[in-house]
Design a protein around this ligand. Structure first.
Ligand code: PA5
Length: 495
């Protein structure tokens, strides 16, 4: 049975005061539909490789039809396609190491993190290898500059497995006892690097890569071929990282496709390779995104989750001054998705002194911290609840107890999903009573297909809004200033 689609429900924004009326949404329909046409025309213009008019530059619209292109290529070429090569490289890594360190920042980092949190076992790294589906442990670096955290990672990388023979080989043959070729260490002591940087020159990632590469070099005991196999770069088709990959002789190098901006690259090798290393179904991810594309192209405003979500966000900002957009995630598994979206919205539309402020909230946790402000603070917020309708595992009931001092026997048959649902409903009722606008984004479940839908939905919504308000959603000129200053300070050109 095909996975159902994400549903958007704007009912909670229709309020007597401080909200919207259904008529306002209907009134925006022609403009939002023409913004959609612009986005689709951008995708065509980009694919035709024709001249991009100056007022349209930069135009990184390559993400739009990327899922369909990758799927078609996979159907035609199988293991020789990009998806097939990603899968093979991921399986090779998974079979030969027990930890993969992903290096990257911004759009070269957040998507992988979001995928792990939403789709992998919540305690993946703590599980025994067979419980992890024979996949490696996952670590991240190069997404910040923190001396002590990197030392902490070294402590993990240098830690030897239980029988403590790492570095010598158990039998002196260089085999690891599993029949797989080794380098003098056992599988559980081996690690690899996936380094992701579209530009190939981002200092945070490059510095972490240089430091970790040296570590890996000594872990490989000077075996250059083994070192090259344990480094998989994902980068542009030229640049410093591309050159470094060539110098190392890495057998697998993946490209961030032209015309796909960093924060729009999660459904390229940037997110697909980490997902495949995690053991996720990357074809399902792409199928989900392609299904969202089909919905986006064909459904009318009023029934189109991309257009309706964008319309509500836009109208609440311009009509009600709600320029803080809360993505209120329920449960623990979508916080990183929220951070991925924070970057997407902030870097795409935070330009020309405009653009709403994205804020990720995790409930019920943050009801005990931010909730007060959302209920009674300034009226500058739109809350979108991101709700998972079906948990994957058996609902846990509170249960009866002889020790009823907590009074919970009255709720003995209630389950954790019941509590979460009641908390969400109760919160929405409390907000409604105060004319606080909420909308709902309902995910049928959490799996690769739904995550593919969700990523594509938010990327499309962001570019539609950009076209609607006349801000080019691509490029991030404002990020360059700090990089320039940091480099000048480090090189002693200024203090
Ligand atoms: O959206 C973007 O392009 C940026 O946020 C980048 O993802 C981020 O700066 C990392 O860049 P790079 O992948 O070139 O290292």
């Amino acid at each position: 049975m095909p996975t159902p689609m994400i549903r958007y429900n704007p009912q909670g924004v229709f309020l007597p005061e401080h909200g919207l009326s259904p008529n306002e949404l209907t009134g925006l329909a022609p403009r939002i539909a023409s913004a959609r046409d612009e986005v689709l025309a951008d995708a065509k213009r980009w694919a035709s490789a024709g001249e991009v008019p100056t007022d349209r530059q930069p135009l990184d619209a390559g993400f739009t039809e990327l899922p369909e292109r990758l799927l078609a290529d996979y159907r035609d070429l199988g293991p020789k396609s990009e998806v097939g090569r990603i899968q093979l490289a991921a399986d090779r890594l998974a079979a030969s190491v027990d930890r993969v360190v992903f290096l990257g920042i911004g759009g070269s980092y957040m998507g992988a993190r979001a995928l792990e949190e939403a789709c992998c076992h919540p305690f993946h790294n703590e599980l025994a290898r067979d419980q992890r589906g024979d996949r490696p442990r996952l670590s991240y670096a190069g997404n910040n500059v923190d001396n002590d955290v990197l030392h902490g990672l070294f402590d993990l990388l240098d830690r030897k497995g239980p029988s403590g023979l790492a570095g010598t080989g158990q039998d002196g043959t260089g085999q690891d006892g599993t029949g797989r070729a080794g380098t003098g260490t056992r599988l559980e002591d081996r690690w690899a690097i996936v380094v992701i940087s579209k530009s190939g020159g981002t200092l945070e990632t490059a510095a972490a890569f240089r430091i970790l590469l040296k570590r890996l070099q000594s872990a490989c005991a000077g075996n250059g071929e083994e070192l090259a196999r344990r480094v998989v770069p994902v980068t542009g088709k030229s640049g410093k990282l591309f050159d470094l990959a060539a110098a190392l002789g890495c057998p697998d190098v993946f490209q961030v496709p032209d015309g796909v901006g960093g924060r729009f690259s999660v459904l390229s090798a940037v997110g697909l390779l980490p997902a495949a290393v995690m053991g996720l179904d990357i074809v399902e991810l792409l199928e989900g995104a392609a299904a969202m594309n089909a919905h986006f192209r064909t459904a009318e405003p009023g029934e189109n989750c991309v257009l309706d979500f964008t319309s509500v966000c836009h109208l609440m900002e311009v009509e009600q001054g709600a320029d803080i957009r809360l993505l209120s995630t329920w449960g623990d598994r979508l916080e990183s998705f929220g951070y991925w979206y924070d970057q997407l919205l902030a870097e795409s539309l935070g330009k020309q002194e405009r653009g709403a402020l994205p804020l990720t909230v995790v409930n019920t946790r943050d009801l005990h911290s931010r909730g007060q402000q959302h209920q009674e603070g300034k009226r500058d917020k739109l809350i979108t609840n991101l709700v998972v309708e079906q948990f994957s595992r058996q609902p846990l009931a509170i249960g009866r107890s002889e020790l009823n001092q907590d009074g919970l026997n009255a709720l003995a048959t209630k389950t954790l999903p019941d509590i979460l649902e009641a908390a969400c409903k109760g919160t929405n009722q409390a907000y409604r009573a105060e004319n606080r606008p909420t909308a709902g984004l309902h995910l049928p479940t959490l799996n690769e297909h739904v995550l593919g839908q969700l990523f594509q939905m938010f990327m499309l919504a962001t570019v539609v809004e950009g076209r609607l308000i006349g801000i080019n959603p691509y490029g991030q000129p404002g990020v360059e200033a700090y990089k320039k200053n940091m480099n000048a300070i480090l090189r002693g050109e200024v203090s």
